[in-house]
Ligand binder design. Structure first.
Ligand code: PMP
Length: 337
């Protein structure tokens, strides 16, 4: 059968970077998720969750998909729903970027804007409440619920995880993975540990995200961090967490494009910033593998915009280096070599 656009989800390139990091001779390999047709890693869980729901009859021809997302997942579902001729409503809030809003609409999805703040002063709970209302109101509504759906992490176990195991030319000692719903880190960590039991799994999170128990604060970059702990997080799967600020992430993005010609999204810059912080502690022979979640085009108004950078109130200034070791038995990154 002639392939359709969704046939090209997955099997993204694995490249090696030459980016030098201070006092380290590490090798760095990166999976470029920007090569997915919807432009991000989220094509994978969107496709997988939809296919599984179709297979077990939760989604039928007249289903109406509903999801709370202002970012890559909404764009991915919008693309797949269009191809499958399914209706899709994305529940969004006023923090959505202009570009993402335009992309979701261009794919033909419906938008449901929630502008009432919840009891915590954000929109997360109001958005979930609106999803539940829509489920009650719309006759054939289906909520995939990326935060709790085990097919989210399974998509990464079978996708990115298996592809890294297949494509790495050398055994990695460390994996650096950005976190939000934690689907990526849960799925990829499991698969990599099965192949390489000594690998250290490092979560990259942003200051202001509550995933690993740090206090919540305002965050600017979409896609990374969360204001609640995702149901699917099993912290035992994560050896360390490295925190970076929005500002540091922006610097990381600029470094990536300057030195490698890779125009990537904000959370890819978070990974580069985290590596820069941790590099001096890595063993000299470290082999790092990472996942860069999306392309930079959709951040031209923010991360790559001179004025946005100049607006000091919108981008936090750098804080002290901060990281936490989660797994009790392994006290330092150096133990992993
Ligand atoms: N970076 C970006 C740009 C993303 O869109 C996402 C997914 N929200 C992530 C990182 C983190 O992935 P996950 O939700 O699987 O933890």
């Amino acid at each position: 059968m002639t392939p359709r656009i969704t046939s090209f989800i997955g099997n993204t390139p694995l490249v090696e970077f030459e980016l030098p990091f201070q006092a380290s001779s590490m090798r760095l390999f990166a999976k470029l998720e920007m090569f997915n047709p919807g432009g991000s890693i989220k094509d994978r869980p969107a496709m997988y969750m939809i296919q599984r729901a179709v297979a077990d009859g939760r989604i039928t021809r007249d289903s109406h998909l509903v999801e709370s997302s202002s970012g890559n997942l909404a764009i991915a579902i919008a693309m797949i729903a269009r191809q499958m001729k399914l209706r899709f409503t994305a529940v969004i809030d006023p923090n959505i970027t202009k570009t993402n809003r335009a992309l979701i609409e261009a794919y033909g999805a419906e938008l449901e804007l929630v502008d009432q703040k919840d009891e915590e002063g954000g929109y997360l709970h109001s958005r979930i409440r609106r999803v539940r209302q829509l489920l009650a109101e719309l006759p054939r509504a289906v909520w995939l619920n990326q935060y709790a759906n085990p097919d989210n992490r399974r998509s990464h176990y079978e996708g990115i995880g298996a592809e890294i195991v297949r494509d790495m030319p050398i055994e990695p000692s460390h994996a650096f993975i950005g976190v939000s719903t934690c689907g990526t880190i849960m799925g990829v960590a499991r698969r990599l540990r099965e192949a390489w039991p000594n690998i250290r799994i490092i979560a990259v999170d942003v200051v202001g995200s509550v995933i690993f128990g740090s206090p919540g604060a305002k965050r600017r970059l979409p896609g990374i961090g969360a204001s609640r702990v995702p149901e699917q997080l099993d912290a035992h799967e994560v050896d360390e967490v490295v925190y970076v600020t929005d500002w540091e992430s922006v610097q990381g993005c600029h470094r990536l494009v300057r030195e490698e010609g890779v125009l990537a999204g904000g959370s890819s810059g978070s990974i580069i910033a985290a590596l820069e912080k941790i590099a001096p502690r890595l063993p000299p022979a470290a082999v790092v593998v990472t996942v860069l979640p999306d392309r930079g085009d959709r951040y031209l108004d923010s991360v790559y915009h001179r004025d946005w950078l100049a607006q000091g109130d919108r981008v936090q200034q750098p804080l002290h280096t901060s990281h936490r070791i989660l797994a009790g038995e392994a006290p330092d990154l150096r133990d992993a070599s």
